[in-house]
Design a protein around this ligand. Structure first.
Ligand SMILES: *[C@@H]1O[C@H](CO)[C@@H](O)[C@H](O)[C@H]1NC(C)=O
Ligand SMILES: CC(=O)N[C@H]1CO[C@H](CO)[C@@H](O)[C@@H]1O
Length: 345
C-alpha cells in the first residue's frame, strides 16, 4: 500500500514539474497574448497539485501509524493462535461473569450451552455441559437433553470423518498402494487423529455419566436414558477398535443396553420415545456390531409390535417422537428382512 502511494506521489511531483516546464515553453508564445492570466492558471494548477501531494504525505504518515498499531497487536494475535481445547475451557472458568454462586454459574453455563447449540458451536456446547455436569447435582430434563445433543454432534462429525478415512484407506489398499506410500501415510495420520479424538470424547461422556449422572438418578426414565447413552458410546468405541479392545467395548455396550432394556420394559410404556429409541439402537448394535441380523430383527419387531398394540397410549407431547422412531424401526426391519430373504435364496 505504502509503495503504491509513494509511487503515486513521485509521479504527481514529476507531472507538476512537467507542467511547470511546459508552461515555461508555452509562456514565451502566449506572453504576447495574455501573459498575466496564463501564468495565473499555471500557478493555480501547481498549487493544487502541491496541495494534493501534501495531503497524500499526511495519509502516508497515517498509514505508518496504522502499521505501528498492527505491530503492537501482532503479539496478542499470535498468542491466540494456539487455540486449543482448554482455551475455551479456561475462558469459561475465569470469566468475570461467572463469579457468584453455584446457582448463577449453573445458569450461565446452561444459557451458554443453549446459545452454542443455536450457533452450532458444538465443541463449546460440550465444554459448557461438561463443566455443568461436573458441578454435581441432579440434571434436569433440559440439561440431560443438552448433554446428549452436544456429544452426539461432536462425536457424530468424527464418526463420519472416521468412515471417510477408513474408506479412503481401503480404496488405496484395493489399488495395491503400499503402506509406505506418502498419500497412504497421510490417510493414516488423519485416521489416527480421528480415533484419538473419538476415544477422548467417548471416554469423557462415559466418565461423566458414571461418575456424576448415574449416582444421582432417581427417575426410571432417566435411568433408561443414561444406560442407553452408555450403550451408544461403547458401541461407537467398538466401531473404531480392534481385537481384545473391541471385545471389551462390545461387552460393555451390551451390558449397558441390557440394563437399559430391562428397566425400559418394566417401567416405560411401549410407545415411550426413549424406550423406542433404545430398541432402535439396540437392534442396530446387533446388526452392525455383532453381525447378528436375526437378533436385530427380533428386537426391532418386538419393539414395533408392542408399540402398535399399545398405540392408544401415545402421549400428546411425544407422539411425534414416538411415531418417527417407529418409522425408523420399521424401515430398518424392512431392509434387514429383505436382505435375509435374499440370503436364503
Ligand atoms: C441411535 O444411534 C444413532 C447412531 O447409530 C444415533 O445417531 C441416534 O441418535 C440414536 N438414536 C436415538 C433415538 O438415540
Ligand atoms: C435410524 C437408524 O438407526 N437406522 C439404522 C438402520 O440400520 C442401519 C444398518 O443397516 C444403520 O446404519 C442405520 O443407522
Amino acid at each position: 500500500m505504502r509503495l503504491f502511494v509513494g509511487t503515486l506521489l513521485v509521479t504527481m511531483l514529476v507531472v507538476a514539474m512537467l507542467i511547470d516546464d511546459s508552461e515555461g515553453y508555452n509562456r514565451g508564445r502566449r506572453r504576447r497574448r495574455n501573459k498575466r492570466s496564463m501564468e495565473d492558471v499555471a500557478d493555480e494548477e501547481l498549487v493544487e497539485i502541491m496541495q494534493e501531494a501534501r495531503s497524500l504525505l499526511e495519509e502516508l504518515k497515517d498509514l505508518d501509524d496504522l502499521d505501528d498499531m498492527a505491530a503492537e497487536r501482532a503479539p496478542m494475535e499470535s498468542r491466540g493462535a494456539g487455540y486449543e481445547d482448554n482455551v475455551v475451557y479456561r475462558r469459561n472458568t475465569e470469566d468475570k461473569t461467572m463469579a457468584g454462586s453455584a446457582d448463577e454459574k449453573r445458569r450461565t453455563l446452561l444459557q451458554r450451552a443453549k446459545v452454542a447449540e443455536q450457533a452450532e458451536m458444538y465443541e463449546d456446547m460440550v465444554k459448557c455441559m461438561k463443566e455443568l455436569v461436573e458441578m454435581g447435582g441432579k440434571l434436569s430434563t433440559e440439561e440431560r437433553n443438552l448433554l446428549s445433543v452436544a456429544y452426539k454432534n461432536v462425536v457424530g462429525s468424527r464418526r463420519s470423518a472416521w468412515r471417510v478415512v477408513t474408506s479412503l484407506d481401503q480404496k488405496k489398499a484395493d489399488e495395491g498402494v503400499d503402506e509406505s506410500d506418502s498419500a497412504r501415510q497421510a490417510v493414516k495420520w488423519m485416521r489416527e487423529k480421528v480415533v484419538t479424538d473419538l476415544k477422548k470424547l467417548c471416554g469423557d461422556v462415559l466418565t461423566l455419566i458414571d461418575k456424576f449422572v448415574l449416582p444421582t438418578v432417581e427417575n426410571q426414565e432417566n435411568e433408561v436414558f443414561y444406560n442407553k447413552m452408555k450403550g451408544d458410546y461403547y458401541r461407537y468405541l467398538a466401531e473404531i477398535s480392534e481385537g481384545s479392545e473391541r471385545e471389551d467395548m462390545v461387552t460393555k455396550a451390551k451390558e449397558s443396553y441390557e440394563k437399559a432394556y430391562a428397566k425400559a420394559t418394566t417401567s416405560l410404556t411401549p410407545t415411550n420415545p426413549i424406550r423406542l429409541g433404545l430398541a432402535l439402537n439396540w437392534s442396530v448394535f446387533h446388526y452392525e456390531i455383532r453381525k447378528d441380523p436375526k437378533e436385530a430383527c427380533r428386537v426391532a419387531k418386538e419393539a414395533f409390535d408392542a408399540a402398535i398394540s399399545d398405540i392408544d397410549q401415545l402421549k400428546e407431547d411425544s407422539y411425534k417422537d414416538s411415531t418417527l422412531i417407529m418409522q425408523l424401526i420399521r424401515d430398518n426391519l424392512t431392509l434387514w428382512t429383505s436382505e435375509q430373504d435374499q440370503g436364503k435364496n
